[in-house]
Design a protein around this ligand. Structure first.
Ligand SMILES: C[S@@+](CC[C@H](N)C(=O)[O-])C[C@H]1O[C@@H](n2cnc3c(N)ncnc32)[C@H](O)[C@@H]1O
Length: 329
């Protein structure tokens, strides 16, 4: 069995909370189109795939876009076509390349980083057509395989100087047949063009930018060989989210006001109510409550929850909230 969509470490992933979230969608709303506007790993969409006719997944990150395109689609695919990549991974003695020179001996062993780079170049040669599902399955498989062997605590804010990696092996994802539309856009601009039945909102709530946390996976996906800076070897900032800035509450208010849907779920947690200012929440519970009430009849459920965070933040009294809104208008 290959990688399942939830087989990755991702900050803010709702993996452990998925059944609770799905249970809070009333049966009468389990139909039509489900719009996952900040889809992250895509695990929430994956859980409702059999319950809705169409899924719409969106996220700002290039790597997440490729992962959704790899895991979900209605196009035929033949995993045998990816065999040449497995052969390279098993037999290849990789040549020096950008990925090895940049990240070898840091986020990965030198050999593994060169092998990951070589596989990525081969994907461009074997599957040059952007719309070929095999290309996205190959990229998603490489992202999951590389991430599993990274010498990190689960994100690319830093590598572990004394850490050892799990030796890299190239394994495939298990793609699904599902009717999806996939976007890589700012949720606020996309929401103005999308009509759906149920919307799930799970934005970031602190100043830490996902494009900075997952820059190595972004670079591997885009394969544009950017110049890298600092100890963490990050490219120049790009793809920054307004949800991690002081205007976050205004962005959420604008987004919710523009949503054309019947039922909305919003996840919120106090995971980052920590001493460090970069970790403090940008939107308060009271603000979300106010934004939700303006849209419709709101219900709030909560439960204690320990998040994957892997940073310095302490985990006292973490609570997960779910706002559900029956849209009125
Ligand atoms: C808390 S995570 C979502 C986790 C997801 N529900 C899961 O279970 O894996 C927030 C996501 O929002 C994305 N994001 C941040 N700002 C965005 C924006 N303005 N538009 C779209 N996506 C955004 C981030 O890249 C990140 O993947």
């Amino acid at each position: 069995m290959g990688f399942q969509i939830g087989n990755r470490r991702y900050i803010g992933s709702k993996k452990a909370l998925v059944p609770w979230i799905v249970d809070n969608i009333p049966a009468r709303h389990l139909t039509g189109t489900f719009f996952d506007a900040f889809a992250g790993t895509g695990i929430v969409s994956n859980a409702v795939a059999g319950k809705f006719q169409t899924l719409i997944l969106n996220d700002l990150l290039y790597s997440n876009y490729s992962i959704y395109k790899g895991f979900f689609g209605t196009e035929d695919f033949d995993l045998n076509k990816l065999r040449p990549l497995i052969q390279i991974a098993n037999n290849g003695v990789p040549a020096e390349n950008y990925f090895g020179n940049s990240f070898g001996g840091k986020y990965f062993s030198h050999h593994d980083a060169n092998l990951i780079g070589e596989l990525r170049s081969q994907i461009d040669i074997l599957f040059p057509d952007e719309s070929d599902r095999h290309r996205q399955i190959a990229i998603a498989s490489l992202l999951y395989s590389a991430d599993r062997s990274a010498i990190t605590v689960g994100h690319y804010e830093a590598y572990l100087k004394t850490g050892k990696n799990r030796p890299f092996s190239f394994d495939l994802i298990d793609p699904l047949i599902a009717d999806v539309e996939v976007f890589r856009e700012d949720a606020n601009s996309l929401a103005k063009r999308i009509k759906s039945d149920v919307v799930y909102l799970d934005p970031p709530y602190n100043s830490r930018q996902y494009s900075r946390f997952y820059h190595v996976l972004e670079t591997l996906t885009k394969w544009d060989e950017p110049e890298l800076f600092g100890v963490a070897l990050k490219p120049k900032p790009e793809n920054l989210s307004d949800y991690s800035r002081s205007a976050a509450a205004d962005s959420l208010a604008d987004l919710v006001a523009n949503l054309e849907a019947k039922f909305i779920l919003i996840s919120y947690n106090n995971t980052y109510n920590s001493k460090s200012s970069s970790s403090q929440n940008k939107i308060t519970l009271d603000q979300i409550e106010e934004i939700s009430h303006l849209k419709g009849k709101t219900n709030i459920v909560e439960k204690p929850h320990k998040h994957f965070n892997s940073g310095k933040t302490s985990f006292a009294d973490h609570r997960e909230y779910l706002f559900t809104i029956e849209v009125e208008n």
